[in-house]
Design a protein around this ligand. Structure first.
Ligand code: HPA
Length: 278
């Protein structure tokens, strides 16, 4: 992927955006696309129309960019993201993030559905991500470094912006009694983890696990964006008894979608209030 590829997509989006200049980019995770209803003067751009953009394949993930104002603040949102397990290269998975950067956007909010590993967590909690684990997966920065975006060996000692993360946590606390913070572990998927993998991840310091977010966070940090991440704990990870029953049960995409569905309205309120910070 060359700078030119990112520039082509950026120019196409600019040509559709009119005079809007978004302050914040949001990546909407599984089932969390409900914010789409909140836009004033909504402009929708289908991924398939943007040069160089990959196209989303998972059910529950739409494939479009939403651009407009929410309570007066200009934002751009990805309704549907790309995952490594779909077969994309990590350069494709993270393509939109560099396009946001070239659009002049400095702030990124990453959202996702995740499995709870921390035994204090409950299904329906929201975890503000304070760090991440992915050393067992390929880096999205592998390959030729594009100096226009950032340095070859970027620091990852503080990926998630502390101040904004605290503000998001305060907002979650205002709307729910389910606010958590913790470390997000990235797994490539698409199979859910085994109980042995989850036990190992807990020992390594993970509080939640999922199949997204980390590649985007690394690419955003590389080009100097301020990153904030939040996980909706849609299920307890493999082998961990859920708060609904003492039995451990088989994990399913259905459970993930059902929880995301249940919390999406409070999630929408949280995101709406977060947007007001910009
Ligand atoms: N594991 C991985 N990804 C997930 C999970 C999980 O338990 N829940 C939602 N996304």
């Amino acid at each position: 992927m060359e700078l030119e590829n990112y520039q082509k997509a950026t120019n196409y989006i600019k040509s559709k955006m009119g005079n809007i200049s978004p302050k914040l980019a949001i990546v909407l995770g599984s089932g969390l696309g409900v914010i789409a209803d909140e836009f004033e003067d909504l402009i929708t751009i289908k991924y398939k129309d943007i040069p160089g953009f990959p196209v989303s394949t998972v059910s529950g993930h739409a494939g479009e960019l939403l651009i407009g104002k929410i309570n007066g603040v200009s934002v751009i949102a990805m309704n549907g993201r790309f995952h490594y397990y779909e077969g994309y290269d990590l350069k494709d998975v993270t393509f939109p993030i560099r396009v946001f950067h070239l659009l002049g956007i400095n702030d990124l909010l990453l959202t996702n559905a995740a499995g709870g590993i921390n035994l204090d967590f409950k299904v329906g909690d929201f975890m503000v991500i304070n760090d991440q684990l992915s050393f067992f997966a390929e880096s999205a920065l592998r390959g030729k470094n594009l100096e226009e975006f950032g340095t070859r060996f970027p620091s990852m000692s503080q990926i998630y912006d502390k101040d904004l993360s605290q503000k998001l946590l305060d907002i979650i606390n205002k709307y729910t009694s389910h606010a958590q913070t913790g470390v997000y572990a990235y797994m490539k998927g698409p199979a859910y983890e085994t109980p042995a993998e989850i036990r190992a991840l807990r020992i390594l310091g993970a509080d939640a696990v999922g199949m997204s977010t980390v590649p985007e966070a690394i690419i955003a940090k590389h080009c100097g964006m301020r990153v904030v991440g939040v996980s909706c704990i849609t299920n307890m990870a493999a082998g961990i008894p859920s708060n609904l029953s003492i039995e451990t049960k088989e994990l399913s995409h259905k459970e993930v979608n059902e929880t995301a569905d249940r919390v999406r309205f409070v999630f929408k309120d949280i995101v709406k209030e977060y947007i007001q910070l910009f």
